[in-house]
Design a protein around this ligand. Sequence first.
Ligand SMILES: Cc1cc2nc3c(=O)[nH]c(=O)nc-3n(C[C@H](O)[C@H](O)[C@H](O)COP(=O)(O)OP(=O)(O)OC[C@H]3O[C@@H](n4cnc5c(N)ncnc54)[C@H](O)[C@@H]3O)c2cc1C
Length: 312
Amino acid sequence: MNWAELQARAKRNEPLSKHTTARIGGPADLLIEARSREELVAIVQRADELGLPCIVIGGGANILVSDRGVRGLVVLNRSREVTFDVRHTTARVEADSGVLLTALARDCIERGLAGMEWAINVPGTVGGAVVGNAGAYGADVASNLYLVRVLRRDGVIEYWTPRQLQLGYRTSALKRYAPTDRAVVLSASFDLKLEYRANIERRANEFIARRKATQPPGATIGSMFKNPPGDYAGRLIEACGLKGRRIGGAMISDKHANFFVNVTGDARASDVKALIDLAHQAVLDRFGIDLELEVELIGDWPAERERLRDGA
Ligand SMILES: Cc1cc2nc3c(=O)[nH]c(=O)nc-3n(C[C@H](O)[C@H](O)[C@H](O)COP(=O)(O)OP(=O)(O)OC[C@H]3O[C@@H](n4cnc5c(N)ncnc54)[C@H](O)[C@@H]3O)c2cc1C
C-alpha cells in the first residue's frame, strides 16, 4: 500500500477519547490505523520524512491525552500477526506490536505454553507493554523476552536485545524518549515453555480473580503512579484520605486509590490531571515521597510547558 492510499484513510480531528481505555482525550490532527507491520513501517517512515510529528499508540491503556489533543499524526497500531515456533519442550512466539496482550496470553495458554499468563488481563498491546515493561503478579515483559524488532526514527529496522532495551520497573530505554522521537516497536519474541495446560489455566484464573477483587471496573488508565521502593502508591494515596475524591467527571477509585476512574463517562483530562496533582502533593506533604507517574501525559499540555519553562 502506498502513502496516497494510506493518507486517504486518515481521519482528521479524530477524538482520542475513542481510542483510550479511560475514554478521555482531545482530537488528533490526523489519525491513521496501521493494519499490518508493513503499514506501520510505511506510515511512520513517511511521516518522519515529511517532518510530521508522529506518535504510535496501541490500546491507549497507559496514556492520559490532553483535552487539546495531539498535534500531527497519531498512528493507531493494529498490526496483529502472531507466529509460533514450537520445539520439544520450549517454544518461541513472535507477536506484532499491535497484538493485544490478553489475546497473546490466551493464545499461548490454549497451546499449553507457559510464560505469558501474567498478561491474561493486562489491557493494551505488545508494543505498549515493551515500552513500559508491563507486568503483573511477579512477572513482566523482561521475564522471558528474547528479542524486539524496532524501527529507528532514522528509518532503519533492527533487532534489540533485552539488554539494549534496559527494561526496568515499568520503564525501558524507549520510554526515556518523547513519543515523537522514540523508536517504534514492530514485534517482540518471547521464550515459552510447554506445560500442562490445566496448570497454566489455573494460574491465569487466579490472576483474573485477584484483579477482580482488588481493582475497579469501568474506564480507567490503570495504575496512575509507580509504587515507590518498599511501598504502594495506592496505600499512600488512601492514607491521605483521598479514596473516592472527585474532580469534575474523574474520581480516585474507592476500591483502589492508585486507579483514577472516568465516572461520568465524559471526564476531562484536566479533571484527571487535577486529581494527579492533588494526590502527588498530598503524598509529598504527608510522607515526603515524590510519587512518579506511571501513566504518560500525551499531547498538548500548555500548563505543563509553562511550569517547566518557569522552572517550577
Ligand atoms: C484496567 C487497567 C489495568 C492495568 N493493569 C496493568 C498491570 O497489571 N500491569 C501493567 O504493567 N500495566 C497495567 N496497565 C497499563 C497498561 O495495560 C500497560 O501499560 C500496557 O502495556 C499499555 O499498552 P498500550 O498498547 O495500551 O500502550 P498505549 O497506552 O497505547 O501507549 C503507551 C506508550 O507507549 C507508546 N507506544 C505504544 N505502542 C508503541 C509501539 N509499537 N512502539 C513505540 N511506542 C509505542 C505510546 O506512544 C505511549 O507513549 C493497566 C491499564 C488498565 C487500563
